[in-house]
Design a protein around this ligand. Structure first.
Ligand SMILES: NC(=O)c1ccc[n+]([C@@H]2O[C@H](COP(=O)([O-])OP(=O)(O)OC[C@H]3O[C@@H](n4cnc5c(N)ncnc54)[C@H](O)[C@@H]3O)[C@@H](O)[C@H]2O)c1
Length: 314
């Protein structure tokens, strides 16, 4: 049995999926109007404005948290302490020390702690990972992400925390390393103190480097990740309706100059990433996959976010 907390913008997407995949028994939001609206669509689920009601119900195995980021740590901690498996939207904590505490808590109680890094369940990202891991690209040299557009400029969350967390989770997943250096520079031109444009640079112990351009002030709408390997290069472009992954070969000229070679479009699955993500959580609860790795990978993202934030504020 599953309870979902936070039902405004993103929560209803999780509710829709979990109600298809599992038994949805509770819906929770502080806002009565929101609760009433979503609750009316799922008459089988009980509704409450008090998170404690979910935790007190012994038949609830797992809670799904889709509240604002600053509330994640406290709610996830409460749920783990109550013996519930936890799916928590990204990032589960705002400080590495808090995330480490959640990871240790989940581990000591043998519970699932899964951060909602949606892109890690995107078939395009999984394809890029496969190309890297099976050596198709050769040694990976650098990765860079572009997540830019004109859009809602949040007044309480900067572009690094709102947009960058997606790319960071993908970069760390693809490279499977903690950065030894993570620097960021940005500017806040709309809401004072809240960066709307951020450039980040990361260097890894293996020598690989990565970059992220994050912005709400840009003429392009880009959701793109490029991986440059010694042999081939691959681009994951989530704005492309069909050709989401493109592999570029290169060839050397007689004087060592590089020319573009064949371009190919690998076939990828069409499963909705959110459906995969929700199914994965249920599979973790059922004992499939490595649950401690999922939690530890989430901690790696929070650590890197913290390094970037320190640099941005410095
Ligand atoms: N994976 C994705 O692609 C994606 C996309 C959008 C948002 N998100 C994440 O989802 C989360 C929610 O985002 P949103 O845009 O829906 O936020 P929101 O602020 O629009 O909604 C949050 C809801 O949580 C409720 N809430 C807050 N504290 C609560 C508490 N203690 N108990 C019960 N209800 C509480 C609020 O009343 C509100 O209805 C954030 O962590 C965000 O980062 C993820």
């Amino acid at each position: 049995m599953i309870g979902v907390v936070g039902l405004n913008y993103w929560g209803p997407n999780l509710v829709r999926n979990f109600s298809d995949l599992a038994e949805l028994s509770w819906l929770c939001d502080l806002d009565e109007r929101q609760l009433g609206q979503i609750g009316a669509r799922y008459p089988g689920a009980r509704t409450t404005t008090n998170f404690d009601d979910l935790l007190a119900d012994g038949s609830v195995d797992a809670v799904v948290i889709a509240t604002p980021v600053p509330t994640h740590y406290a709610l996830a901690k409460q749920a783990l302490e109550a013996g519930k498996h936890v799916f928590v939207e990204k990032p589960p904590a705002m400080r590495a020390v808090e995330m480490d505490e959640l990871v240790a808590l989940a581990d000591s109680r043998d519970l699932v702690l899964m951060p909602g890094h949606l892109l890690l369940y995107h078939p395009g990202v999984l394809k890029v990972k496969e190309l890297i891991d099976n050596g198709d690209l050769g040694e990976v040299l650098c990765v860079y992400g572009n997540r830019v557009n004109l859009g809602i400029v949040r007044s309480n969350e900067n572009a690094l925390w709102s947009l960058g967390v997606h790319d960071l989770s993908v970069i760390l997943y693809l490279l499977d390393e903690d950065p030894e250096l993570a620097t960021a520079q940005g500017s806040a031109s709309i809401h004072p103190g809240v960066e709307d444009v951020v450039f980040c640079f990361l260097r890894f112990p293996s020598g690989k480097i990565a970059h992220m351009h994050l912005s709400w002030l840009d003429p392009h709408k880009m959701r793109k990740m490029t991986v440059v390997g010694r042999e081939k290069m691959v681009v994951f472009d989530d704005m492309e309706p069909e050709r989401k992954v493109t592999v570029y070969e290169k060839r050397a000229g007689p004087n060592g100059e590089l020319f573009s070679g064949d371009i190919s479009i690998p076939k990828i699955e069409t499963t909705e990433p959110l459906r995969r993500e929700c199914s994965f959580f249920l599979e973790l609860i059922a004992g499939e996959h490595d649950k401690s790795k999922v939690a530890r990978d989430g901690a790696r993202v929070v650590r890197a976010l913290e390094m970037l934030t320190t640099s941005l504020n410095g």
